[in-house]
Design a protein around this ligand. Structure first.
Ligand code: 5AD
Ligand code: FES
Length: 346
């Protein structure tokens, strides 16, 4: 057996094994990794592709994340907030379109107090039968607890990178330890917990990505969102990107291919997790990104169900796909894409 076969035959992969796989570039070896990921997905998660409708209800954000277009310092962006009634209406529309889950997502916007959020969750739960994923960033334990008690089912909070030094550069106003602690609290409270990373960040090493993958496993993360870093000219990190490019200087690779590789290895290592084909990946490759991800480990897609009038304002990175489409368009489009590869949308 050669090195790749040897690693892929193991029940558990070590950090060195993961780094070895991350360094592979030959198309034949890559295909073996993708095939193994697809088999693992089929064995543990089946052929269903779960559709989760995202409602981006506010683009206000108090944080300074240096990669994200919504960061508080970006004065160029027109900001919006959807009133509770409108969020509720959007959730109902998503439900009527067939979505079984809605994701309530915003920047870190303290305008939405815990009382408002509780009220929103309760109203949605009392009017429609739908799973609620919440993604509002870091909040105190007490507030997470109240969201759970109000009927929240899942919580998404990406840790973005486990490299502490890089984390600091990405989040000058935040602490890595707090982030990880939030994930642990959410898990303890009984949420299904989602995390994730960006791939290709300037200064990011393959070793840190291997650490990320092992951390997902250690924290028993239920859903893992991974997409390419897409440089946004209106952010501070853009300067780093201009100087260093993607990753560390000793690494050169095709970013899109790297994302599939990380996705596939994450499937092989974590086995029974939900892995979305992310919007960022679809932005990098609008024609085939989602389909390729779904055949290389992914089993979830998260179409946007936000009204068209808000879409281009949720500009976390430039040229995001689907900002001109209506919610119904995306549902139909993604349904077709899932069926075209012989899978079953749900
Ligand atoms: N490129 C790619 N992904 C980004 N995100 C934010 N900014 C960017 C960017 N420039 C992702 C982060 C964040 C989510 C809301 O969007 O992973 O958690
Ligand atoms: Fe929005 Fe295809 S998913 S148009």
């Amino acid at each position: 057996m050669d090195v790749v076969d040897n690693i892929l035959a193991k029940e558990e992969l070590s950090k060195d094994d993961i780094i070895e796989l991350l360094n592979i570039t030959s198309s034949c070896d890559l295909q073996r990794i993708f095939d193994k990921a697809d088999q693992t997905r089929k064995e543990y998660m089946g052929d269903i592709v779960h559709m989760r409708g995202i409602i981006e209800f506010s683009n206000h954000c108090a944080r300074w994340c240096t990669y994200c277009g919504l960061n508080a310092k970006n004065n160029e962006l027109k900001r919006y907030r959807m009133p509770v009634e409108e969020i509720l209406e959007t959730a109902k529309k998503a439900h009527a379109m067939g979505y079984k889950t809605v994701v309530l997502q915003s920047g870190e916007d303290n305008y939405y107090t815990i009382e408002i959020i509780e009220d929103l969750i309760r109203k949605i739960k009392s009017e429609i039968d739908i799973v609620i994923t919440i993604s509002l960033g870091e909040r105190p334990e007490e507030e997470y607890k109240r969201m759970k008690e109000a009927g929240g089912d899942r919580y998404l909070l990406k840790h973005e990178t486990s490299d502490k030094e890089l984390y600091k550069r990405l989040h000058p106003d935040m602490k890595y330890e707090n982030r990880i602690n939030c994930l642990k609290i959410l898990k303890k409270l009984g949420f299904e917990v989602g995390s994730g990373i960006m791939i290709g960040l300037p200064g990011q090493s393959f070793e840190s990505i291997a650490n990320d993958i092992l951390l997902f496993k250690e924290l028993e993360i239920d859903m893992i969102g991974m997409g390419p870093y897409i440089p946004h000219p209106g952010t501070d990190l853009y300067k780093d990107y201009k100087e260093k490019g993607y990753f560390t200087s000793d690494v050169s690779c095709d970013l899109e291919e790297m994302v599939y590789k990380v996705l596939a290895i994450t499937r092989i290592v974590t086995k029974r997790t939900h892995l979305p084909a992310t919007t960022a990946l679809a932005t990098t490759n609008p024609a085939r990104g989602r389909e390729l991800a779904l055949t290389r480990g992914a089993n979830v897609v998260m179409p946007n169900v936000t009204d068209r009038k808000y879409r281009n304002l949720y500009e976390i990175y430039p040229a995001k796909v689907c900002t001109d489409e209506k919610p119904e368009d995306c549902r139909v489009c993604i349904n077709k894409r899932i069926c075209s590869i012989g899978r079953t949308p749900l």
